[in-house]
Design a protein around this ligand. Structure first.
Ligand code: ATP
Ligand code: MN
Length: 482
């Protein structure tokens, strides 16, 4: 087969007039003479010049959009516009034909909705090539960040018997014949006879198990798939998504926020550096898209500016209580422009409120802390009630422009009595979580952690508008194609 050079390397080659072998997929074939070839290593195509007068016409006919070909030829300086080098083909072999009548991807602009329906082929477009190279860099950067800090990558289970948040939005895991499940004497499903001898589900978070690791290894992180059967058909929710969950012994909430902010900046900087060309392409794509919008809906910053801005500025940190005061006094609230008016202390913030804080009020990423305990999970560390007797927990959510919540975390409750009391209040079965409570019995220490939704990060960095476009094969209500 001979040695093949990737197109990215060829386009950067300082040497010319050498023989090269390239392989890839035809994007276009013009005038029986110019092939734009792409192999996914970069969005830039390599121009292949075909000596059509001396090429078999049946071979020329098989060089169609989508076909896989192998080319041997001379790498030469290009005379044409748009590229510095090109390949003068001496040998072309069609490895895989692509019937132009049937191939769904035409060399024109397709809508993102249409491309979602052909997600098996959308990798072959410039937009999705860029997105998935960026996603790759972000995930590598996440590992590099934690590895440099001596964190241990911990693989927490995907099948679990606990529902970490008690939110109940889980997918059941069973090998029962669903049309004929074994029943107990009282007519209920007899899970004792199921594969695990108890009800199990796909994990919604690796946190609880992550905490167990941190109580010995000090600093751990997970990076794996999580599943939520939430029936939310939004542009920011998936039924299967990837989450990064670090847990750190001896960290308080401030350490936790510092780490999260440092992580986000690190991975964005890494990707800006590594995928400059892709980010520039995506910046342009977004600019084109914004041109379709009415003036007042366009953002005043380009994607590149937004990313740079995020690196250059400290995230704004304030408490939930301070945020409520700002929101109450805000113009949209007074003019009754919010769908959910901000009235009292204690209710959860809606995404319109989060976006107001981030996009209008502070105009930068915001970290909100110390939420009312009644709207947060049982494991968050309880604060002393304030002067007015209001009870909060040491939670922190990071809110990003255009995204809303990107990180949710907290300092964990390490005091056994407080934790048990909270579990009782919230009806969380202590017997089932005996192993979690053991860490509070044996060598408990202050500790903290957070969850970063990986696709929301990819959304932010690529400037895409829908989370279904930043994961190869999205799972959402009524869709599990591919
Ligand atoms: P939201 O309020 O946006 O639904 P959440 O409070 O349910 O988020 P957490 O349980 O704190 O989120 O999960 C941690 C992180 O995981 C979130 O900050 C977000 O980035 C991401 N995340 C949560 N649910 C989803 C989902 N269904 N799809 C993709 N990412 C998600
Ligand atoms: Mn949620």
């Amino acid at each position: 087969m001979g040695q093949r050079t990737k197109i990215k390397a060829l386009l950067q080659s300082e040497q010319t007039n050498i023989e090269v072998t390239v392989k890839g997929w035809v994007r276009t074939f013009r005038n029986n003479q110019f092939i734009a070839l792409n192999d996914g290593s970069t969005n830039s195509n390599l121009q292949i010049v075909v000596d059509f007068e001396n090429t078999d016409p049946t071979l020329l006919k098989r060089i169609t959009t989508g076909a896989a070909i192998s080319v041997v030829g001379q790498l030469v300086a290009s005379l044409g516009k748009g590229q510095t080098v090109e390949v003068k083909a001496t040998e072309i072999e069609v490895l895989g034909d692509s019937d132009p009548e049937k191939y769904p991807l035409q060399p024109k602009k397709h809508s993102l909705e249409f491309l979602r329906e052909i997600a098996h082929l959308r990798f072959r477009t410039n937009t999705f090539g860029a997105i998935f190279r960026v996603r790759n860099s972000l995930s590598f950067a996440v590992h590099q960040f934690f590895q440099e800090k001596g964190f241990v990558y911990l693989h927490t289970p995907i099948i679990t018997a606990s529902d970490a948040e008690g939110a109940g939005e889980t997918f059941h895991v069973t090998n029962f014949d669903l049309l004929n499940t074994p029943k107990t004497e009282t007519g209920e499903i007899d899970f004792k006879q199921d594969f695990f001898g108890r009800p199990t589900n796909l994990t919604v978070s690796g946190q609880l198990e992550g905490e167990l690791g941190a109580m010995a290894l000090s600093d751990i992180y997970t990076f794996g798939p999580t599943f939520r059967a939430e029936n939310s058909n939004t542009t920011r929710h998936l039924a299967e998504f990837w989450m990064i969950e670090p847990e750190m012994a001896f960290y308080d909430l401030t350490d936790n926020m510092n780490l999260a902010e440092e992580l986000l900046k690190y991975v964005i900087r890494y990707t800006l550096d590594k995928n400059k060309e892709d980010i520039e392409f995506l910046t342009q794509r977004l600019e084109e898209e914004e041109k379709q919008k009415p003036q007042n809906e366009r953002s005043d910053m380009s994607l590149l500016d937004k990313l740079q801005f995020c690196l250059d500025n400290d995230f704004e940190r304030l408490t939930y209580t301070e945020a409520i005061d700002i929101l109450k006094e805000s113009t949209p609230n007074k003019k009754k422009k919010f769908q959910y008016p901000v009235e009292g202390w204690g209710t959860d913030l809606q995404s319109e409120h989060e976006r107001y804080l981030v996009e209008k009020h502070f105009k930068k990423p915001v970290i909100l802390t110390d939420y009312p305990k009644d709207i947060k999970a049982f494991y968050m560390r309880q604060n002393e009630p304030d002067a007015q007797g209001r009870e909060t927990v040491r939670a922190m959510d990071i809110l990003f422009p255009g995204i809303g919540e990107i990180v949710g975390g907290s300092q964990r409750e390490e005091r056994l009595d407080k934790l048990e009391q909270r579990m009782d209040e919230m009806g969380i079965p202590k017997e089932e979580l005996w192993w979690y409570l053991d860490t509070r019995r044996f060598g408990a220490c202050p500790h903290a952690g957070f969850g970063l939704g990986f696709e929301r990060l990819v959304l932010f960095v690529t400037g895409m508008g829908n989370i279904r476009d930043v994961i190869p094969f999205p799972r959402f209500p009524k869709n599990a194609e591919f």
